[in-house]
Structure formats: C-alpha cells, structure tokens
Design a protein around this ligand. Structure first.
Ligand SMILES: Cc1ncc(C[n+]2csc(CCOP(=O)(O)OP(=O)(O)O)c2C)c(N)n1
Length: 298
C-alpha cells in the first residue's frame, strides 16, 4: 500500500519510547525542515569524502540519505556515547558500498569526529570503502558482499527475542541486492519464525551496478513478492521524511510477521548530474564536479 502525501508535520511518537540519554529522544523533536537540513549535510559529507578519496559509491549513498536520516535522528534508540549498549536498536547496512553515508551519519551523531571522514579509503583509516564492524564504533556488521544483511538481521532479531530484549532491528537493502537468492531465503525464514521485531527497508532506486534493474534482472512484481513471502509491505517516497517517519511508526505496530518498507528513491539524489546516472554508481566526482555538487547542495 502507498502512504498518501502526509503533509509537513511528523507524527508524534509515544513518550514511553523516550529514555534519558538515548539519542532518538532528541530526534523526536526535530521538524521536517531540521531533518532535511541534516540530510543536506550528509549529502555534502558524502560528496566531499568520496571526492577526496578519489573512489567510492556516491549514487547509492545519496539515494538512501533520507532513510538513514529518519532512522538515526528519529527512529532508533541508540547512545552514541555507548555504542555497545545491549538494548540499542540495531541498524544493519546490508548494501555495504553505501559506507560513506553511514560514516557521515555516525559522525553527525557523535560516534566519530567529522574530521575523520576525510580519511575515507586511506591506508590505515578505520573508514574503509566497505564497512568493518571491528574498526568503527556503531557499525553492526561488516558488509560489502551483497545479499547477507537480511540473514544477519534475522539472527540478531531472533537473538533479541530469545534473550527477552525489546530492541528492534532495521536492515537496509539495495534493490539490485535483492537479485541475490540469499535475500529470499532470509525473507522466508523471517516470516516462518514470525520475526516482528525486524524491519527491512529497500532503497528502491531502480538501478544497480550496470544500469536499470529492469534490464539486468527484473524484480517486479516486487511488492507482491514480499507479500507472498509473508511480509507486511509499506511503500513510500524514500525522500519524503514525513512519509518515512509515518512508515516506521506503522511498521512498529505490525505483529506476527516482519515488515518491509519499499522506499522509492532516485540514485544520486540531490546532485543533478548524478541523478539516475549509472556512471556514478561507483565513480568519484573530480574536483570540478565536487565543486558543482556542493554548490547545488548549498
Ligand atoms: C555478492 C556481490 N556481488 C556483486 C557485488 C558488486 N556490486 C557492488 S554494488 C552492486 C550493485 C548493487 O545494486 P543495489 O543493491 O541496487 O545498490 P545501489 O544501486 O543502491 O547502490 C554490485 C553488483 C558485490 N558487492 N557483492
């Protein structure tokens, strides 16, 4: 089902979710405009980092900015000063090539310094091209080999249930990544075990490494596939923070089955010459392009 345009006001979350010292207690008071300002900051970090590194994945980092902004600044209960807090909600970035987005977000939350972002992809840096959970505080799973994150997330969600913990697990997948068979094995398992503390979000930007999904390996009918695998499906505009907030609130209410948010996005979102341009799947902007992109993101 598609969420109707919900205007500019964010739905409120229950006061019971708020706990002193938990980061999302700050985020719950942010307006759409404030969240949009954070999203723009993240886009600027992504361009600057990848431009300086001279390599990386701008397209799929930019497309998921609002999804990750909504999660870290509104939805997740987490404590940047205590990254291993055992009751934290877990965010698992399965499309590990979008590491610059996660690093930028962790820096804006205070897990890392913003200065460290300029070390992306350098020898001995903690910020490698794909995420390494042993190096970077706040990263739950080392990723880069696509297709594994949903399986990992099911395990983490089941562990929470077995340990009587009430944390929730959020996993971000690429749509191209959903060409991997392992995604659908995990989808089956999650429904079979009624894993309702798990939310998958698909960054449905329509493209993958070689171009459009419809030309490489069509996923359609995508919504119905997830439903047939036993999931509750919510579709949103993945760049609309109010819709995303509402979708995450609704996903929390789903019981007895897992939920997936299909977020319709644009690859390279926010930078005109990167939008829907497969060249910028895994290519860095040169110095002129960095300047042009940052001008557009003022
Ligand atoms: C198992 C595996 N196969 C291939 C790759 C190479 N690869 C990196 S990104 C990518 C495309 C992924 O597309 P999608 O999941 O839609 O990501 P997005 O378009 O959002 O960047 C591929 C095939 C990989 N990282 N892992």
């Amino acid at each position: 089902m598609t969420l109707a345009e919900s205007g500019e006001s964010l739905p409120s979350t229950s006061a019971g979710d708020v706990e002193a010292g938990v980061f999302s207690s700050l985020g719950e008071n942010l307006s759409v405009e404030e969240m949009e300002a954070i999203a723009k900051k993240l886009r600027r970090h992504i361009i600057t980092m990848i431009g300086k590194a001279g390599s990386g994945h701008p397209g799929g980092s930019l497309s998921a900015v609002e999804i990750v902004t909504a999660l870290y600044f509104r939805v997740l209960r987490h404590k940047p000063q205590d990254p291993c807090w055992s009751d934290r909600d877990r965010f698992i970035l399965s499309k590990g090539h979008a590491a610059p987005l996660l690093y930028a977000t962790l820096a804006e939350c205070g897990y890392l310094s913003v200065e460290e972002l300029s070390t992306l992809r350098q020898l001995d840096s903690r910020l490698q091209g794909h995420t390494d959970c042993k190096l970077v505080p706040g990263i739950e799973m080392s990723a880069g080999a696509l297709g594994q994150g949903l399986s990992f997330a099911v395990g983490v969600a089941l562990a929470g249930r077995l340990n009587s913990q009430n944390y929730r697990v959020y996993v971000l997948l690429g749509d191209g990544e959903c060409d991997e068979g392992q995604v659908w094995e995990a989808a089956m398992a999650a429904a079979h075990f009624k894993v309702d503390n798990l939310v998958a979000i698909v960054d449905n930007n329509g493209q993958q490494i070689d171009g459009w999904n419809r030309d490489v390996m069509s996923l359609e009918p995508f919504n119905q596939k997830w439903q047939a695998f036993g999931w509750q499906v919510i579709e949103v505009d993945g760049h609309n923070l109010a819709q995303l907030a509402q979708a995450f609130d609704r996903a929390k209410l789903v019981k007895g089955q897992p939920a997936v948010i299909i977020a319709h996005t644009t690859k390279g979102k926010g930078v005109s010459f990167m939008e829907n341009n497969p060249d910028f799947h895994g290519k860095a902007p040169d110095a002129d392009q960095v300047a042009k992109a940052l001008k557009e993101l003022e």
